[in-house]
Ligand binder design. Structure first.
Ligand code: ADP
Ligand code: MG
Ligand code: MG
Length: 209
């Protein structure tokens, strides 16, 4: 069971790497409007490093929590930037909730994302409405928790949650930045979605199957 959970984690990271590779240029373009233009390259570096670390940790027999912890460390080390540190918090927290020996259940995954959304807000101090990835992560985690709580399968709940994340990421276009680099660029960001929220929604959609 622990081997299977760790393999699921590696597969999810493969999906993240693929979707980021395809969209890195677009993410850089969005970040260049009100940020410093490095979101695509940062996500690419971080996700590739995380996958490499996860594969090696998995092949050494590690469980899901340890695999995610090594992926988290490498993501933040290699990505640099705010989003790298935040993705490390997400991966590490999900790992803590999954543990090293338990099966990957819908409840454990929902609990993991719930914990990640709280941990990201504690870490980065951004709240909903500040125009960051928090605006996509919170509705993602809330929808997942509600759907799993009402008995949906993980696949069905995940799909509803990723739709909520996508809608919320689109909605950040109408917000003024209250956090992060984009804050100092003020109204240049108006009309453009937050890059970190956009990439989070892309990742949610890529993992669903
Ligand atoms: P950097 O801003 O260091 O260049 P990136 O470009 O990779 O890092 O990531 C920018 C994204 O990070 C933003 O679009 C936003 O979603 C996210 N972000 C910035 N500050 C915070 C914060 N305090 N909490 C959560 N997310 C944040
Ligand atoms: Mg940037
Ligand atoms: Mg930067």
């Amino acid at each position: 069971e622990s081997r299977r959970a760790a393999a699921v984690v590696v597969t999810a990271l493969e999906a993240i790497v693929s979707v980021i590779d395809v969209n890195a240029e677009e993410l850089g373009r969005i970040d260049a409007i009100a940020g410093d233009g490095d979101h695509g390259i940062g996500m690419k570096r971080g996700s590739h490093a995380a996958l490499t670390a996860a594969r090696s940790s998995h092949s050494n027999g590690a469980g899901a929590q340890s695999v995610l912890a090594s992926a988290a460390d490498e993501w933040s080390n290699r990505a640099g930037g705010t989003s790298g540190a935040i993705w490390a918090v997400i991966l590490r927290t999900v790992g803590e909730r999954l543990g090293n020996t338990a099966p990957v259940t819908a409840a454990a995954v929902a609990d993991g994302l719930d914990g990640a959304s709280t941990a990201v807000m504690d870490f980065g101090k951004a709240k909903v409405g500040d125009k960051t990835m928090v605006d996509a992560l919170v509705p993602f985690a809330e929808t997942l928790r509600q759907r799993v709580g009402s008995g949906d399968t993980l696949a069905v709940a995940w799909s509803a949650a990723s739709t909520a994340a996508q809608d919320a990421a689109d909605g950040t276009a109408d917000m003024m930045p209250g956090m992060g680099r984009a804050r100092s660029h003020g109204d240049k960001a108006l009309g453009v979605a937050d890059p970190g929220a956009v990439s989070l929604a892309m990742i949610a959609a890529a993992i669903k199957d």
